[in-house]
Write a protein of this length. Sequence first.
Length: 238
Amino acid sequence: MDDAGGVPDQLNVLVVDDTAEMRDLLVAIVHREGHQAMAVESAEQALELLPVWTFQVAFLDHNLPGMEGLLLGEYLRRSNPSMLIALVTGEDDQRLERRSRELSVTFIAKPFDNAEILRVLEAYTEIARDRAEARAAAEDGDYEPPIARFADDLPDSFGIPKVPGRITERLVGTLKRSLANLRSVSRYNERDRVVALSGLLTARVLDVDLPRTSTGLTLYEEYDRLMQSHGRRTEFGA
């Protein structure tokens, strides 16, 4: 069902419509995209599938025998918040369209362009990709570079000879200005965060001795302290 990155390569799609021709059309569109489709003619038949199948997407007609499509959509939305649901209907009713939006159900009017169906399928894949990336960031300690573990190894890794004093002065001056802005809530900005981090990493690479702050902290410690105060990620384990 999912590839290595947690993004579905094949979706299970529920199609509910009491017209055979419409069921066949929707199933054909789904199959052409490489996904699976289960098609039934009533909401009651759809509910019988739920204990057996896990659906990522559902296309529902509204005027169904028995339970109406939007009522089924409301039930599906409560039981599976991550499902993408589309109401595919020939009923021209603004109240129905408005209620669909309130339930986060995509409203597709019949007759429809096949591209409208494809957009729903593509949207689920995009959302799943975003979820997988967020999950990887939360679960994988090395999803972002583990700078703190290797920062001390940078001088030996690059082996750059001692740099001229003017370069050191320029580097230190830029770092001090950026860190000064980061100390102020009103002047804090992401540009100075990036400049400060880049400067500190450059100092590591060049093996430059940086001055300490007036409180005795290294500039690496000061950077991490400021990031903690602003609710940002620390980098140097200080």
